[in-house]
Design a protein around this ligand. Structure first.
Ligand code: GDG
Length: 483
């Protein structure tokens, strides 16, 4: 019987060892939620790294870990600290991530990183090969595992393999700079179906395949000697109901059940009812354009001093990849920028920027989504950007304005937002002004349309669309072989 095997760098479970006690909590992220139905189907299996290094895992606990994972239909790939350094912090996040987000100057082409990437991709492929049969459907996720499809296809030519890239695929002119560009394409071409968030990423990929591999490419098919690969866009959605319902519940909480942040935000609203709250939520990553956003906010306040004491920017920057030097530099830049701007522009009654450098519990995230007036998201490049979708889903009364960078994949589906070029401060200042003054009726009209779309094209829809296309490939291939 055919089964579906999902494979991603991290498993959808959080493993922790505390004083020799193991806990395994299913994680609640978007990917885990979206793939829940696929994972549960038949005899599904999810393979990935647990988040614990080999050095942190006592040998005596291996059996217990395997058992706990097996109960959640998961299996582990074990990585040691050196592998994580070269493969994850190295090639994945110092070579691929910057290059694919158009930060060519940050991309490091280190042979050692590449070697580690190959070795670890082989480890993931071996973990699949150990359990997969020819009949299985295998769905590989993201930029950390781009060599896996070919490594599996070589050994299991009849298995059906899908690959989804969660980040942008860059234009040919950027991609061609990578020393191992052909090997990366060969890796991806082991798949039978390749999925991207947007049509543009798909087009860039096809262009690189045609120009670097000289393969015949049609509208959305690549012709190899013995098989046809399908390429398509599948814009990822969110768990709309989860966010919408959480926002509804949070609105009805009373007394001691309200979170500290909710109480603080309510107090703030009471004390300064005319102050508009603008939120900015991202992982602390240079691709998210946080530093430029802060500078644009300063530009806005200096150009429009009448808004001083009338607006406040709340920045939630979630710590991320802090082992990578670029992220440490960015953290320092943001700390200094906020310190300087708050120092220069604050008044006795007002601080322009509130800054949280941490991850907040889900309930607090919902507080921010629901209690602010404007969400301001200005990535310089972003595969999709789910925060934009989550903010809109949480606006149960349909108030609120989304200002969104046109460089985010989500901008393609969110035309009713105020779309801006994150490099254009003038345009951003104008959008902030428009958002602050937008009549409630217009906010509702825009959000109503956005919400209808988000509810329909949710994360489950995304997973089902991909799986249906992959299963079609499985059937088509049989036809193709028998011709
Ligand atoms: C990659 C691509 C693509 C954020 N802060 C907190 C928190 N979050 C959650 C949000 C959201 C997720 O993290 C962030 O997702 P994004 O899509 O915005 O960005 P990346 O992490 O860069 O994701 C991106 C995505 O993959 C999916 O394909 O959209 O383009 O870069 O879900 O809610 N959650 C909690 N506390 C926080 O403080 N609990």
């Amino acid at each position: 019987m055919s089964r579906t095997i999902i494979i991603s760098n991290r498993l959808p479970v959080q493993l922790k060892i505390n004083n020799g006690n193991l806990s395994a909590e299913p994680s609640v992220g978007g990917l885990a939620t979206g793939l829940k139905s696929v994972h549960r189907e038949g005899n599904g299996l999810w393979i990935g790294w647990t988040g614990l290094t080999e050095e942190d895992t006592p040998k005596a606990m291996e059996g217990e870990i395997d058992q706990a994972l097996a109960e959640l239909n998961c299996a582990k790939v074990v990585l040691n600290a050196e592998e994580i350094d070269g493969f994850y912090f190295g090639f994945s996040n110092r070579t691929v991530w910057p290059l694919f987000h158009y930060f060519l100057e940050y991309s490091e082409f280190e042979l050692d990183f590449w070697e580690a990437y190959k070795r670890v991709n082989q480890k993931f492929a071996d973990a699949i090969l150990e359990v997969a049969t020819d009949d299985d459907i295998i769905w590989v996720h993201d930029y950390q595992l781009m060599l896996v499809p070919q490594m599996v296809k070589e050994k299991r030519p009849n298995a059906t393999i899908g690959f989804f890239l969660h980040i942008p695929f860059p234009s040919f002119e950027i991609f061609r700079t990578m020393p191992w560009r052909e090997e990366v394409l060969d890796g991806l071409l082991g798949a039978d179906l390749l999925g991207f968030h947007t049509y543009d990423y798909e087009r860039h990929f096809l262009s690189s395949v045609r120009r670097l591999k000289g393969l015949e490419v049609s509208f959305n098919e690549i012709y190899l000697e013995n098989r046809v690969i399908k390429v398509d866009s599948f814009p990822m959605g969110i768990d709309y109901k989860k966010f919408h319902n959480a926002a509804k519940d949070s609105a009805t909480l009373s007394g001691k059940d309200r979170t500290d942040l909710q109480i603080k935000l309510d107090e703030h609203k009471k004390a300064a009812p005319n102050t508009k709250l603008i939120i900015s939520i991202d992982r602390l990553d240079y691709s998210k354009g946080i530093a430029a956003r802060i500078k644009a906010f300063e530009y806005f306040l200096i150009k429009n001093p009448e808004y001083k004491e009338k607006v406040r920017l709340i920045i939630l920057a979630v710590p991320s990849r802090s082992n990578v030097p670029q992220y440490q530099l960015l953290k320092k830049e943001i700390d200094e920028l906020i310190g300087r701007i708050n120092g220069e522009l604050s008044t006795v009654n007002w601080t322009p920027i509130w800054y949280f450098y941490r991850s907040l519990p889900f309930e607090n995230l919902i507080d921010l989504y629901t209690k602010c007036d404007i969400a301001w998201l200005t990535p310089l490049r972003d595969g999709m950007n789910l925060v934009a979708k989550e903010f809109v889903a949480c606006r149960t009364d349909q108030s609120g304005v989304l200002i969104l960078s046109e460089m985010a994949g989500s901008a393609y589906e969110m035309n009713e937002a105020l779309l801006i070029n994150p490099n254009n401060f003038e345009e951003q200042a104008a959008a902030l002004k428009e958002a602050i003054n937008m009549p409630l009726e217009e906010q509702k009209n825009r959000n109503k349309l956005l919400q209808q779309r988000l509810e329909r094209y949710n994360v489950e829809f995304w997973a089902n669309e991909f799986m249906t296309a992959l299963k079609d490939q499985q059937n088509d291939e049989n036809v193709y072989v028998s011709q």
